[in-house]
Structures are given as C-alpha cells and as structure tokens.
Design a protein around this ligand. Sequence first.
Ligand code: GLA
Length: 716
Amino acid sequence: MSISYCKEKKLWILETKNTSYVIGVDEENNLQNVYWGSKLPYIGDYSPADISKGHSSFDFREGFANLEFPAWGGLLYSEPCLKATFSDNVRNLSLKYDDYEIVRNSENVSDESMSELRIDLKDSLSYRLRVRLYFRIYEEFDIIEKYAEVINEGEQPVTLESIQSGAWYLPEGMDYRLTHLIGRWSGETQLRQTFLTEGKKVMESRRGTTSPHANPWFAIDNGKADEDYGSVWFGALAWSGNWKMVFELSSFGQLKITGGINDFDFSWHLKPNCTFTTPVFTAGYTENGFGSASRLMHSYQLKHILPKEHASEFRKVIYNSWEATYFNVNAENQRSLAEKAASIGVEVFVIDDGWFGERNSDRAGLGDWFVNRNKFPDGLAPLIKTVNELGMDFGIWVEPEMVNPDSKLYREHPDWVYHFPGLPRTEARNQLVLNLARDDVKQYIYNFMDKLLGENNIKFIKWDMNRHFTEPGWPEAAAEEQKEIWVRHTLSIYEIVERLKAKYPSVVFESCSGGGGRVDLGILRRMDEFWPSDNTDAFDRLKIQEGFAYAYLPKAMVAWVTDSPNWLNGRKLPLTYRFHSAMMGTLGIGGNLNHWSEEELKTAKEMISLYKEIRPIVQEGNLYRLLSPRTNEVAAVEYTAKDGSEALVFAFLHSSQFGVGSKTLYLKGLESKALYKVEGSDGLTSGAALMKKGLEVNLKGDFDSKLIRIKKVDYI
Ligand code: GLA
C-alpha cells in the first residue's frame, strides 16, 4: 500500500516509486509536512511532527512549522492557504486535525495507479468551517496532487478572501534556485533561473487567464542540478484563470511554496452547506535532474491529464490557413489550399479566423457565429465535403469568450460584457470580454458551439482568446459576489468544453490565446493540445519549445511550418530546418501552399511522411535535452521510443564560425550494451559509445539542421 498511517507517530507516509511525502499531527493538532524527498529505507527515519521549535516571542510555533494548510489567524504571518471573514466580522482561523481516510480504487478514485488520502481539518474556534485536504499519489511518476475543499458547515455565509490549493516545503538549509517560465506574446515559455533570497518571489496572472507572461510551473534545486543529476522539486498548477504562486523564504531558512487561485481582487461568498473546491496543485521530486523532472511530467500528463477521448491517439498533421489567407478566407481559396494540403499528406484542414459574421478584419464580427455568406455562399458544407473527400478532417477557429462592439451580438446585448456602469469599456484588439459568470452568456456560447458542431462534420476546434480582462464588473450580481467573476469565468469555460466533449467526443480541441497564453494543466485536462505561440519562426521556436517542454508534453505542442521569410521577423530559413523544428512536437503546416514550388511541395510531402513514421517517438517517447538553444551554437534534442527500439536526434546550427563544421553530441537514454544503426553511417555502434564517446554531427553554414534516426538492431 503506497499510503500508510503510523498510529504511534501519527504520521501518514505517502510513497511513490522513488519518493516519500510524510505528513504528521503535532501535540497541538496542527497538520504538518515532515518530509518530502527521496524514499528513506527505514520507517524510524521519519520523525513525528512537533511544535517545540521556536526562536523568541516574535517567532515561534506556526512561524516554524511546515503547516500543510496554513490558515490566517493566530501567529501566522506568512502566506496563508486560507483567509476568511465570518459573518460577525471575525477574521481568524485555527485549523486543527479532525479525521482522515485512505481511499484506493473507490468510486472516486477510478484510476488504479493512483491512491488518495483525505485529511479533514476543522476550525477549532467554534466556527463551523471544515477544510478537506486531498492528496493523490501517482506512484509510477513520483508525483503528488493536492487540492482542498472548504465546506461551510455553519448557519451563516463565510467570505473567502484567499483560498490556495496547498503548500509545499523543501528541506531546510539549501541554496534554493528557482527555474520558471516567463514570456509575452510571440515570445512565450522562456526559461529563467534565479536564486531565492529571503522574502517572496511571486509569479502570477491578474489578467483573467493564464497569460503568456508567466506560466504556472516551477522547479527548485540547490543550484547544482543539471539535466541528468541532482535533486529537483517541480510542480504546476491546474488553473486557467488568475493564478498565483508564492515562493517565500523566511529569515529562518524555511522555503514555503503556495499556489492556487490569485487572491488579488478575489472573494467568494460561501453560503451555508456549500463547498468551494480549489484547483489541483501537482508536484513531484526527482534525484535525476531537470531532464527527469520533465519526463515525469510528460508521462504523467500523457497518462492522467490529457482528455481521455484522444489521449492514446497520435496527433494528426494539421494544415491551418491563417498565415496564408488571414481574414480573406473564402470557399475558393480554402478549397485550393485544401487540395494542396491533402496532396502533401495533411490529415486535418483547419480554417482560422474570418469565416463568420462581418469578420473582414479584427475590427468587427466577433460574437456573430454564423457563416459569412459573401465568403461561403453555400455555407461551410461544400468545403467540408471537399475536405472530407480529400481524406482530411475539417477543423475551425472560434473565439467564444469575445465580442467586437461592431457586431450584431453586442448591439443586442451590450450588457453581456464585463463592465462598470457608466465607465468606458477598454477595448483591446477592438474587442471586449463576455461575462461568462452570467448563465445566459454561458448558455449562448454552449448553444452556438453545439449548433456549429451539430450541423457540420467538424473534428477539430481551435479555441482562441485574444485579449485580457479589464473593468471586471458584473452589475447584476449581488455586492458580495462581484469578485467571483475571475473564478466563475474559468469554471464556465471548463464546463462548456466538458459538455461539448461529452456530446462530441470525436472533436479535438486546441487551446490558444494569441499563441501560448492559455497553457496550463487545467485546460490540458479539457483540451487536447496547445498552440504555443504565434511566433512561427523556426529558430525562435527552438527556445519557445524548449521552455514549453520543460513543463508540458511534446504531444500537446503544435508547431507549423510556415513561409520564408517569416512574417514576424523576416528571417529566411531552409524548408528542412523549418520542418525539423516543427517536427519536435505535433507537426502542422501554416504556409501559403499556393506559393510553394513543386520542389518545396515534394520536400514537404517527404517530410510529412517521415514525421508520420516517427511521431510515436516524438509524441509519446522520452525527451532528452542535449544542447540548449539558450547557450549553444548548436541546439540538440533527442527523443527515445518508449520501448527503446529507436532514438531520434534533432540538431540545429545557428551560424558556423571559424571553420568548425561538426559537433559531438553525447546521447542519452540508450542501452549501453545494445548495438545501434545510426542513419547515414556505416556499421553499428554500441549504446555506450553513443553516450560516452558521442555522435559526431556535421552541420555547415548558417541555419543548418539534421534529423538523425538511430535504430537498435542487436546486442553485444
Ligand atoms: C490569434 C491566434 C492566431 C490566429 C489569430 C486569428 O492571434 O493566436 O493563431 O488564430 O488569433 O485572429
């Protein structure tokens, strides 16, 4: 049993394959984390929780305890997981241990590879607030999920002012180095590393959605871990609205990491007998460096996070016509692109923005989800029929949460957007955000999506969101519910997508927000893949994709091959380089195929056919970073097949200097005693040699690239 309770010591021991996470109850009934790291061999190694540590009258008790769910009140001065105000204006909580239950494969825990511990805390100062903590362990992946429910068992409402998903503590006395992802539109998921000093480092979004500026993922090490060695604690939050992670290092060396829904401009009116459930906060530990941390996250996402409908299918090769035709889509130009796309092996043809309402630019039409008859005189049906006859699925772009003031929808329902009465409504990209906290708006979105999917043979939805929130007012709501919009909006998105998925299980959903603005584990539980960036420059993408793959699996990372020079920066890159870069995730094509030469179309066809052969390895294999595009002239990533039968190496040269034409790559994850056939070279090489002596790759000039297949053929 991977979760056990030791009665004498009042300890719960949660064990995964290589780690343990230990929780205890101290003499004053506080719930504390007492250990998180490599599994220890002897039960006596785990000490009971105690409260005796202290320093002075200014710092004692709570200030030193690793409280599992610190609630604001008493002596707690650091970041709380819960802050509440009761109806009599008391603002103080004292959560004490009440009860526990270990569940395995019950009704709620249907997954055999996961076990669950529930621990109840109760406010001990006579207020009837219960907090139920959930701990789910994924043994195989050394991963634990936490979330909490706050249950109002009293007779009066309670106002929640901060409710986090949980707190994590790291062993004391380390130099804590934080690795995280920052970004902006067209430059998402850029890796950063910084040492933490005493105080707080906050990563967050106050924009209504995850945002490209920071991603809710982290890793902590002691400054010495690398790709292959060293302890790394890592985690990610499953939430697509305002979120916050706080890394708080106390003056006594305690590192506490809290995470959950952002408490900024938040409050929740919790009525009697009602429950508030937090998002899931996932975290894990490995002794084997950042590479292992990423692979554990990838495998966990593949098995437990990706929506079940398509989790085990390989992602298809997409064509998206956005960069080819922008808003000028019409039946004719889409048909000719579809014919070209089919001829090179594309499997899903997606029309992007511009097909509906008066959508001739980004100034009008959002909200009017009916086909523009000037562009598609006979509706979408003839195009879909053509696409299907060409052997491809049909997909379409929508941006359901938005409205242009210049639209039929807005003229009819100006009150459907977030706003404060009488104040100007700030526009961004000429659009406003619909108030999804309102039931009628939620229903409107569900209905038009239901109609779109019900009336057309659509197998792919690109769900976009192209601006962040402003003036987050909800005039019709009661005063005490006004600040709930941040949470309600996200819950409405989740609900709409879940309902649509249940009714149309064959439809694949792609999450996009001006590129990678909504990339997180919350949306990945509901949508099958991400559009990581509008930046389709294959060189810039190397860094974006590297950061992305620290946290998220390559199967969910869509990348298109687009035209050269690139629309964003004018960079010219060889077609094979563009393909190699895009083949490191789920391959798509986004160029104007009508402008591609016969030669280019031939190359594209060959590359797509090659991708179809290797996609099981890219999409579901093990990813090893060999050389980072952040620090090297040559960037290289290796993928190995889950069954070990093959490895792939993608290598990219930026620009050669001083006549150097080759680079030795030290491969990883191979079997030392197996013999491999390296594509393009004679004879066989042992796994040991490929890893220790290395593989020499010749790259020349500027922006050269190679994809090398390495097949296991024998054993020594
Ligand atoms: C966003 C998306 C793009 C494209 C446009 C359409 O910017 O990220 O891929 O769909 O919207 O307007």
